[in-house]
Design a protein around this ligand. Structure first.
Ligand code: ADP
Ligand code: ZN
Length: 755
């Protein structure tokens, strides 16, 4: 590609003294762009914390008096806007009136407008003001004489002279009980000077005086640890699957393996599914390793992320605990990367580049000679399969640390309940179980598959269902401060709950299903004596709210914790002896070939929350499809048998791990355009792979969410055995089609190894 040199803009400012990306990260960006078919620029962006990404803007100013007076017109409006606020950026002006774009271009070319570029980093280094004495001994003595009657000033000057270094101003003031008016004359005379000191924002500013000691390992833990530590020693790339039942003590193995890696002067990355949900993990790392740990996750401010990133880059820390993107931590010599709950969907990035953390980890392992540990009680089917094939070494921990038995799981057939006249959302068994726990003062976790999943609104007389005008998916019923509302969970659209049916004008509109709010209401009705904490997207949107709600439950301020899948992960409460799943079915019948796997994983994880400590645990799962194999194997907590069953299902229909899937989605506000682009792509792929029976193309079809935020979406899915054999040809076809999609005012996204 030949670039037009005249269009390249001059460099205005160099933002970093040191290049932010090390050579291995530059190489990684190259790999990302090839593997996930994104641009190099997008790949580089993914490697940097948001605060490092520079934002460019263009300021436009009138070069002089406008040479003309305009009658009312687009141009006149633009002129007026430029007069009123002369400092607007081009981007702001275009956002104000998109029609101004060509005029702006023309006026710049004619010299009526002057352009200037600005580059600003998203986050800035934070500084504080410090004071320093600028006098030598002789001058200091003279100054003391001169200040003989200003006692406080003398004190401040003497203090800073003694310190010899700069001291933060607020410390000086509080230490000596001085005020800024004392300091001011000293600064004016030049006895003191102000210096700006760089400080790091520490989101988890907890000081731990006494580091926690490692626990003596059980036999199973010891064997797992030995194998992992030995692999780290060899400095050769290697991947393990640490398959340990819930409560088998995987975390302790991680901690000690990391300690051993760090002792050898190498660095370690610990990934957790969504760190805001696992404050205990961060706490354990901080307790064990103190200040040696950086934390990276989406709930930090841009400034905090920026600082954590710099601590890693500067070598101030050797361990990072974080969500998905922490896999890009700019360490120099990585020895160990651990992915906990490796089967979780949050390890797949949902924006370009749509990378999978486990693949990135394995690539970095090759770069650094590092070890990767994939930990889970319910590994992704692919991971377990690769272990079966010998590409990954499997370590099994089949028993809980203290030998506690896995909890008994009861599956309740909800159809029978209905036949027996129980119309409540709680089966008799669950109700009885809750009553018993409440009496004994033990705690209960109730789990709902998805927030307000089925709380749709329906007219009982004509069958009308309230849907979002933009997305066409059913609206969800919400009740807040007495106000009944319908909300779209995809675009945020909201309207009032209708009193009469918009279609038949009848008054039989009702909300149906079991959202967390309805379960909460029902709990208050059936068990008025019990305190309930509800955890879902609505109650946890604030920054520290997850941790706060969990802490309240831990302190036993309430006996029941009710929540969506966010409570299925990594929580560990000694007093919980009953876990109830309100409906196992909600995740079973979604149009996704992974539905059985996800349901099995979810149920097993949830069941693992009960009886982890001294008290024995019980799990009650309610289902309208109790005979389904995902439910049955989860009931017995038999991962291996589930794996054997599911792998045959996958083999039969050419799904992962036997084929990899790449999905293309054509998106456009114009339905015909979206469809046309998808069809063109499909045709080209068919031509490209004609006669290749190892490649399957699933033709153009509406995406699972066929209309989202007012845009139409169509999918084309490609199944192949090895990406290497198709990557290059796909790239060419994809880029062409993506370009056409853009010209048509939409876009074409690609998801390599779609999950
Ligand atoms: P997993 O992540 O495999 O589900 P955890 O790491 O949460 O299991 O461990 C379960 C419980 O066992 C935790 O409370 C942990 O503190 C405890 N534990 C882990 N290892 C040991 C050990 N070697 N000795 C005593 N307790 C342990
Ligand atoms: Zn109606």
């Amino acid at each position: 590609l030949a670039a037009d040199v005249s269009k390249i803009k001059p460099i205005l400012e160099v933002l970093d003294d040191e290049p932010p990306l090390t050579p291995d990260l530059v190489d990684l960006a190259g790999w990302l762009s090839e593997r996930y078919l994104c641009t190099k620029a997008a790949a580089v962006q993914a490697l940097l914390p948001s605060g490092m990404r520079a934002k460019a803007s263009t300021k436009l100013r009138l070069a002089g008096d406008p040479p003309f007076v305009l009658p009312a017109s687009l141009e006149a409006d633009l002129l007026q806007s430029l007069y009123q606020s002369p400092n607007k950026t081009k981007e702001q002006l275009i956002a104000e009136r998109p029609e101004w774009r060509p005029i702006l271009r023309a006026w710049v070319a004619e010299g009526i407008l002057e352009e200037s570029y600005r580059v600003k980093q998203g986050a800035q280094v934070k500084t504080i003001t410090a004071l320093q004495c600028s006098l030598d001994s002789a001058a200091f003595q003279a100054a003391l004489e001169e200040l003989s009657r200003a006692k406080k000033q003398k004190e401040v000057l003497a203090y800073l002279f003694d310190q010899g270094v700069a001291v933060p101003m607020k410390d000086v003031l509080s230490e000596l009980g001085a005020s800024s008016s004392t300091v001011k004359p000293l600064l004016e005379k030049g006895y003191l000077q102000k210096v700006e000191q760089e400080v790091l924002r520490d989101p988890y500013g907890i000081a731990h005086e006494q580091p926690e000691q490692p626990l003596p390992l059980t036999e199973l833990q010891r064997s797992a640890y030995d194998q992992i530590a030995a692999a780290v020693d060899t400095q050769k790339p290697e991947t393990f699957l640490l398959q340990g039942v819930t409560g088998s003590g995987k975390t302790e193995v991680y901690l000690q393996a990391i300690a051993s890696c760090v002792e050898q002067g190498r660095q370690a990355i610990m990934l957790v599914p969504e760190i805001a949900l696992t404050p205990q993990m961060v706490e354990r790392f901080k307790k064990r390793f103190g200040d040696d740990v950086a934390v990276m996750h989406s709930r930090l401010s841009a400034g905090e992320k920026f600082d954590e990133w710099r601590r890693i880059r500067q070598g101030d820390v050797t361990i990072v605990v974080g969500a998905r993107s922490a896999i890009f931590a700019p360490f120099r010599s990585i020895g160990l990367m651990i992915i906990d709950e490796e089967h979780e969907v949050s390890y797949k990035q949902d924006d370009h580049p749509k990378y999978l953390a486990r693949e990135v980890a394995m690539y970095r392992a090759r770069q650094h000679g590092a070890t990767v540990v994939l930990g889970s009680a319910t590994p992704a089917l692919e991971t377990r399969w690769w272990a079966h094939q010998g590409q990954i070494r499997r370590i099994e921990m089949g028993e809980r640390v203290m030998g506690q038995r896995l909890p008994k799981v009861k599956v309740i057939d909800m159809r029978n309940e209905l036949h027996e006249g129980n119309r409540s959302m709680f089966s008799k068994a669950l109700k009885k179980g809750i009553e018993e726990r409440l009496e004994k003062g033990e705690q209960i976790i109730l789990f709902l598959n998805r927030r307000g999943f089925a709380t749709f609104v329906l007219c009982r007389s004509c069958g009308y269902v309230a849907r979002c005008r933009e997305c066409e998916i059913p609206l969800t019923f919400h009740k807040a401060r007495g106000l009944e509302q319908l909300r779209c969970h995809y675009c945020g659209y909201a309207e009032r709950m209708p009193e009469t049916c918009p279609d038949c004008k009848g008054d039989h509109v009702r909300h149906f299903g079991t959202g967390t709010q309805r379960v909460e209401e029902e709990l208050h009705r059936v068990f008025p004596q019990a305190g309930v904490i509800r955890m879902d997207v609505d109650t946890t949107s604030g920054k520290g709210s997850h941790a706060e709600l969990l802490q309240r439950f831990r302190n036993q301020e309430a006996q029941i914790l009710l929540g969506t899948q966010m409570i299925a992960k990594g929580l560990d409460f000694p007093n919980v002896t009953l876990v109830g799943v309100i409906s196992a079915d909600t995740s079973l019948f979604v149009p996704d070939f992974r539905a059985a796997e996800r349901t099995f994983q979810l149920l097993t994880q949830v069941a693992g929350r009960a009886g982890r400590h001294l008290l024995p645990g019980e799990v009650v799962v309610q289902s309208y499809n109790p005979q389904h194999y995902a439910v049955q194997f989860a009931k017995k907590q038999e991962y291996e048998n589930f794996f054997q069953h599911e792998i045959r299902v996958r083999y039969g229909v050419h799904n992962p791990p036997f084929r990899e899937l790449t999905a293309f989605t054509s998106v456009n506000t114009d339905e015909d355009a979206a469809l046309r682009i998808a069809r063109t792509l499909e045709d080209r792929l068919r031509t490209l792979f004609q006669g290749r029976d190892d490649i399957i193309i699933l033709g153009t079809s509406p995406a699972p969410l066929s209309r989202l935020q007012g845009k139409y979406r169509f999918n084309v899915v490609l199944k192949y055995i090895r990406f290497k054999q198709v990557g290059d040809p796909i790239r060419t076809v994809y880029l062409e089609a993506a370009h056409e999609a853009q010209k048509a005012g939409g876009y074409l996204s690609i998801d390599v190894n779609a999950q």
